[in-house]
Design a protein around this ligand. Sequence first.
Ligand SMILES: *[C@@H]1O[C@H](CO)[C@@H](O)[C@H](O)[C@H]1NC(C)=O
Ligand SMILES: *[C@@H]1O[C@H](CO)[C@@H](O)[C@H](O)[C@H]1NC(C)=O
Ligand SMILES: *[C@@H]1O[C@H](CO)[C@@H](O)[C@H](O)[C@H]1NC(C)=O
Length: 657
Amino acid sequence: MEGVPKPEKPTESFFFKPQPENPPFSYKLRLCTMFRAAIVSIAVVIATSICFLLFSGTQKSIYHTLYLSSSFSSNESISNHLYTLTKRPHVAGSAANAEAAAYVMSTLKSYNIRAYIRPYYTALTYPVRRSITLAPTIHDAPIELDLKQEIYEGDPYADVAGEVTPTFHAFAKSGTAVGLAVYVNYGRVEDYSALRETGVNVSGRVALARYGKIYRGDIVQNGYAAGAIGVIIFTDRKDFGGGGGDAKWFPDEKWMPPTGVQVGSVYSGAGDPTTPGWASTEGCERITDEEVEKSGDVPLIPSLPVSWKSGEVVMKSIGGMVANEDWQGGEGAPVYRLGPGPGVLNLTYEGKQVITTIENVIGIIEGVEEPDRYVILGNHRDAWTFGAADPNSGTACLLEVAERLQKLQKKGWKPRRTIMLCNWDAEEYGLIGSTEWVEENRQMLASRVVAYLNVDVAVSGAGFEASSTPQLDELIIQAAKQVGRLGGGGSDHAAFVQHIGYPVYHSMYDDFTWMKKFGDPLFQRHTAVANLWGLVALKLADEEILPFNYLFYALELQKSVEDLQGDISGTDITLAPLFNSIAELKKAAIEINNKKKVYAPSKYDDYGSRSFPGIDDAIEKAKSLNTADSWHSVQHQIWRVARAITQATLCLKGEIK
Ligand SMILES: *[C@@H]1O[C@H](CO)[C@@H](O)[C@H](O)[C@H]1NC(C)=O
Ligand SMILES: *[C@@H]1O[C@H](CO)[C@@H](O)[C@H](O)[C@H]1NC(C)=O
Ligand SMILES: *[C@@H]1O[C@H](CO)[C@@H](O)[C@H](O)[C@H]1NC(C)=O
């Protein structure tokens, strides 16, 4: 999973590929990925093909209550799973990750769940050579920056620390960039605009950006667009280190230690970049590296992540104008200036791309009445380092759900629909394991999947956050109320949007010790996640009428269109097609709700998200180009989304035209 404070990846493709081709009904996917930042993130993705309502008469709710009973749940076994899964660093493609896959599979089998491993052969990258040198001016001899994450005294993982992959950006461009250092804040488009307005020319320079706000791949891409020849991204103490000053860090406090580095991918696509749109099976067709570069999904300039300690060293070498207050660091940080120079950076990165075996573990509990309808629970297993929060807090919960489902089966429960437990590989590189599997099974999944419930980081501290496609909002709110006591907070929907930091994200310090000391000392938050995840899955698997409420969806869409109004004011673009198609969707949704007599939307939550990535991107582009063509394509995107909403309405009404 990706990011704190709330950065991240604009691509999550489970059943859909978002932008630029994503259908509007996957829009929440983008939101989910923003929430990868999050602490507890339940992403729920619904296939579009769920236009059916089936009736029959079995009463399953007794089992659902039993599922939540304390005799069924075990924080001890969750803790044991997490401990076992995180004994060693287990990046995708490593022997340790294959061991973790074997553990997941044998555990599922021990619960009498049919399980198998589906391997794929995918392009992954690993670091070969990395260095950053810094000269105070072009006349000085350079010093070498330390790129190593340090163990601490008494670190129980000291003996396996050497197995941690050296810090790098997956799918970064290999090469050397030598140039004056320039500070670019979070590396957002608006940060580069601000620099331009101030007269700071980034072209030909090496950019120093700080993590947060946006996906790291975009930090690099934006740097490239501004003419930077290389990008170094540091973890600012202000954002990940407890604010700076006298704050302590792990193992004394939860904060990122001085040498901690956030590793991660800079690939902006989803799935194996060498097999776009098809599965990476043995001997399959692959596009060339040149074609991959042309896709625009991999950066064309080198980049490396560094610690806050190293970031501050570079910062001190940058002179020129003092940056604005909101570009400054926390207490005790040096003064941040814009540059460029006089410090000269030499950023050198060499990676190797290897076709690597990855392993998804799939467990199946077959449905009795509707075996060909699937409710899928997903979580990934591969980790940049030990992965105690990201992702194995989720894996431990998945195994807990599996164990409780076995206990239910022993009491006579059988699911109405098929439940699949999917443990993905190579998510960190760019959702590779799940995407390849979906690509291989696309036709089957498109017609059979009822819902996809993803938990990436289950627990990383107090608080709870969930995201879903809006037709599931009501179900999740209800389930959360039933589960109660989530993350020590309330059980109302507000608990879902609490946001808290997870400072050791993607660093070497994301280990069992951190979880035990700071994340979830008694494993009760894990238990709460297993409660909610399993309960939502049970309702989706067992209720005769699928518990979707599309009115939430329509309202969410409408709110997003209202947000767009500001963006296009002063142009002759019309949003009428969207308003009209949403009004129809609303009508159809209300009608269905009335038929189900379960219509009780109490409130509507503002997620504050960008719901129409296609339209947003077009507006963004039109605003910067300001040509008739670019504004025309905004209108085209609006029509396109409106047509898709109309299709959904037909689907809800069960109408063929
Ligand atoms: C920025 O610098 C590059 C060369 O490094 C130059 O080609 C370009 O014209 C400069 N841009 C501005 C706006 O001065
Ligand atoms: C930059 O660093 C690399 C790796 O240490 C080195 O091979 C290269 O010569 C350096 N380039 C310059 C111009 O100093
Ligand atoms: C499980 O929770 C109980 C309290 O309900 C606590 O005493 C116990 O230590 C917890 N176990 C673990 C492994 O955290």
